[in-house]
Design a protein around this ligand. Structure first.
Ligand code: NAD
Length: 480
């Protein structure tokens, strides 16, 4: 059985207490590796290494920092098959998805910031009375980066890459539910020759390792992606310490479908935006609002396409829906399906656990589920389920669709399907969300701001916004 190690000061080391946690393969329900059950002593070691490394890394020429990031991107690409397999086994996601989305996007995160830092400029403001201001953008210090389990390496690298590019050193914690590719990343960093202490990866539980990072007085900046409740807790600790905070939190994204849309394109994409990664993408559209004139047709078509999705072994190429990430998460999703029934929802398809055979008989599988007949403001339609579960609801007017779309406490992503340009622009302006996709979903341009409003988060990742986050602007005013 593989026993993972922490990556501290350039070395792979055991946790101080030598205590480990079991790591499950969600496709089989069996323990297949062990991860360090680290605590604040390990975080302190990582912090000390990162603090020391900051002295040189923060003044390393950007071309050199760029070199390391691009080297890491190259190595991720070279090891795509190994990393994708590890991601699929750790998370339960279809191997094909890990190969085509997760791992390539992790490599492009490093490549993007490896090149982006070369083009990151500061500004100058000249004044009429013989003075000039220029702005220095200096790396903040040791950054704390904490990530979730749904897109493990992809989201981990989305934080680490801009932090390192900006000249920060990092103490990072991947999710304890999916630690494997972060561990493989530490091996890659060693192979790339990344200087000791620049990146440190400490494995373990949120309330121990995560908490030690968030409350560490020497770490002035926290970049967190995860659930809204955890984000709230982190803000509660970090805000009085005046830390810089970036919080990417939960979502309950609306997918608004008008009768004038390109129907076939919409249907194919909606199937994907509903159930990709077992619905465990923070950007999935879980509330589908459909203009009444096409509601029945849409309902029949989506249900029949959903029934065709093969639930099965994530390593099998034919599988469209793999395992959900953990037993605990499976139970949470099933409890929401029960709640939906109590709230008057009608299950149109799915709604049950799927029992596979052989070595997968104890895996965590749920059939993709479509529910109708629920009020827009019931709990099922207001709370994040984060599984292969969507609701469908008819609407009559643009205003009604907008009102329902904006009715939750969340505001991460949204989708609008219409060929009417005026309507598309109007809704894009009025929807409460950080991201609006019109006639598409999950199209990604790394230069764009990424993040949510309301309970979906604070701050933006992506593009130069992330480099702004990991640097502190300092104005210098000179009178001549
Ligand atoms: P989570 O909040 O349970 O855990 C996220 C990370 O925080 C993990 O590494 C965990 O160990 C750590 N953590 C837990 N308690 C902590 C504490 N007290 N202090 C510090 N760290 C702590 O979330 P999850 O279940 O891993 O991920 C699913 C959630 O993430 C969903 O709500 C989803 O919407 C959200 N998410 C958001 C985005 C986004 O970009 N907005 C992207 C992906 C996932």
């Amino acid at each position: 059985m593989i026993q993972l190690k922490n990556y501290i000061n350039g070395e792979l080391i055991a946790p101080k207490t030598n205590s480990y946690l079991d790591n499950y393969n969600p496709a089989t329900g069996k323990v297949y590796s062990q991860i360090p059950n680290s605590d604040d002593e390990d975080v302190e070691l990582a912090y000390t290494a990162a603090k020391e490394a900051f002295k040189s890394w923060s003044s390393t020429p950007k071309e050199k920092r760029s070199y390391y990031l691009i080297k890491i991107a190259d190595l991720i690409e070279q090891k795509l098959d190994k990393l994708a397999l590890a991601e699929s086994i750790d998370n339960g996601k279809p191997l094909k998805l890990a190969k085509t989305v997760d791992i390539p996007r992790a490599a492009s995160n490093f490549r993007f910031y490896g090149t982006g830092i070369l083009h990151y400029a500061a500004s100058a403001h000249s004044m009429e009375d013989d003075a000039i201001n220029y702005t220095l953008k200096q790396p903040v210090g040791v950054a704390g980066c904490i990530s979730p389990w749904n897109l493990p390496l992809y989201l981990f690298s989305w934080k680490i890459a801009p932090a390192l590019a900006a000249g920060c050193t990092v103490v990072a914690k991947p999710s304890e539910v999916t630690p494997m590719t972060a561990y493989l990343l530490s091996e890659i960093c060693i192979e790339a020759g990344l200087p000791n202490g620049v990146l440190n990866i400490v494995h373990g539980l949120g309330n121990k390792v995560g908490n030690a990072i968030v409350s560490h007085s020497g770490i002035p900046l926290i970049s967190f992606t995860g659930g809204t409740a955890t984000g709230k807790h982190i803000a509660y600790i970090a805000a009085p310490m005046f830390k810089k905070l970036s919080l990417e939190l939960g979502g309950k994204n609306p997918n608004i479908i008008f009768a004038d849309c390109n129907y076939e394109k919409m249907l194919a994409t909606t199937l994907h935006s509903s159930f990709a990664n077992q619905g465990q993408i923070c950007l999935c559209g879980s509330r589908i609002y459909v203009e009444r004139s096409i509601y029945e047709k849409f309902k029949n078509d989506l249900v029949s396409k959903t029934k065709e999705l093969l639930v099965g072994n994530p390593l099998d190429d034919k599988t469209k829906v793999g395992a959900v990430v953990s037993k605990q998460h499976k139970e949470k999703i099933l409890s929401y399906i029960e709640l939906a029934k109590q709230e008057g929802g009608i299950i149109l398809c799915g709604g049950v656990e799927v029992k596979l055979e052989g070595e997968h008989e104890n895996g965590y599988y749920i059939s993709p589920t479509i529910i109708e007949g629920l009020d827009y403001n019931c709990r099922t339609n207001q709370e994040e389920i984060f599984g292969p579960v969507v609701t469908i609801t008819p609407f009559d007017t643009d205003d009604e669709a907008l009102m329902m779309a904006n009715s939750t406490m969340y505001g991460l992503a949204s989708m609008v399907w219409t060929e009417n340009l005026t309507r598309a622009h109007k809704l894009a302006k009025e929807i409460h969300a950080g991201i609006v996709w019109i006639n598409c979903w999950l199209l990604r341009d790394l230069r764009t701001p990424f993040g949510g409003v309301k309970a979906s988060g604070v701050g933006r990742e992506g593009g130069f916004e992330a480099l702004d986050f990991f640097t502190e602007p300092k104005n210098v005013c000179i009178k001549y």
